[in-house]
Write a protein that binds this ligand. Structure first.
Ligand code: C2E
Ligand code: CA
Ligand code: CA
Ligand code: CA
Length: 279
């Protein structure tokens, strides 16, 4: 105990070294991983309260790493974001999802849109616009089936350029979704300057919704704001029946969260869809 401080320090610096080593390994292994199909796309349903129908889904990437095992995004996306490789990950996800949309169109009566997450790094040039256009054209699908999820991070580097890129994506016919809504510094300003179709209320609002009157009021306010602006609102991170009931009382209709389903592989998602859409 007497040299506990010293131990803590050495443990800490050891941890830092490990972190540096891990980061370099992840960044080194990413490029071959993309080429070698080690990235796996999971799907999490978005559910409509009235009918229990699947209104769409979000594509969330995982990595089957040859030595590290199955990695969730928190284990590699932050490191990928430090490099241009994050764009390659997103391109891969976009292309795969367009192919899925084409395959799914044949089996569903009603199309199920897929939402993909785009890093802020795409919004420094118009290349992403070309990649998206090319992906839907070669899959032969309608662009409105692909939802583009962006966060406030898109506007950080070069706001004027980023705005132009988002408008260009929208003008092709893609659906634009503002993710983690309510957590940034200027969520409302984004609604003024960007062509947003959907807002995704951040799960931090939902986490305490049963105990916090403040969070209930905020959620009610944001729900009616969305309604007034003719935006679709999705409540993220719904985990319990009681959160769902509270959200229904507050006027929310569209949900995503573990209460309904975790992100799952395609086959499980399709089975889930079949069960709830009676397809
Ligand atoms: P996000 O876009 O906010 O995605 C939602 C995250 O919340 C997902 O974590 C999902 O599994 C998790 N989640 C969903 N429902 C619940 C719930 O009821 N409770 C809790 N506690 N969590 C829930 P995941 O899959 O680990 O992804 C984390 C983040 O990684 C995503 O956050 C997104 O920012 C990023 N990400 C994932 N896939 C991609 C991708 O293809 N490209 C890029 N650029 N980022 C991605
Ligand atoms: Ca998202
Ligand atoms: Ca989110
Ligand atoms: Ca997030």
């Amino acid at each position: 105990a007497k040299d506990g401080g010293k131990n803590r320090f050495s443990l800490f610096s050891h941890g830092m070294q490990e972190e540096v080593h891990y980061r370099l390994m992840i960044q080194r292994d990413l490029e071959p991983a993309i080429l070698d199909n080690q990235l796996i796309i999971y799907f999490q349903p978005k559910v409509l309260a009235e009918t229990g129908e699947v209104a769409g889904c979000e594509a969330l990437v995982r990595w089957q790493h040859p030595e590290e095992g199955f990695l969730t995004p928190d284990k590699f996306i932050p490191y990928a974001e430090e490099t241009p490789l994050i764009r390659e990950i997103d391109y891969y996800v976009i292309r795969e999802c367009c192919k899925k949309l084409k395959e799914w169109a044949a089996r569903f009566d009603k199309p199920v849109p897929i939402a993909v997450n785009l890093s802020g790094r795409h919004f420094r040039s118009f290349k992403i616009v070309e990649v998206l256009k090319e992906a839907v054209a070669s899959a032969g699908i309608s662009p409105d089936l692909l939802e583009i999820e962006i966060t406030e991070a898109v506007l950080i580097a070069d706001p004027d350029k980023a705005q132009k890129v988002v408008h260009a994506i929208k003008s092709i016919g893609f659906t634009i979704s503002l993710d983690d809504f309510g957590t940034g510094y200027s969520s409302l300003n984004y609604l003024r300057t960007l062509p947003i179709d959907i807002i995704k209320l951040d799960r931090s609002f939902i986490a305490n919704i049963d105990t916090s009157e403040q969070d209930r009021r905020l959620t009610r306010g944001i729900t009616s704001l969305a309604k007034g602006l003719d935006l679709t609102m999705v409540a993220e991170g719904v985990e319990t029946e009681s959160q769902l009931q509270t959200l229904l009382d507050l006027g929310c209709h569209c949900f995503q969260g573990y209460y309904f389903s975790k992100p799952v592989p395609e086959t499980e998602f399709l089975a889930w869809h079949k069960k709830y859409n009676n397809a």
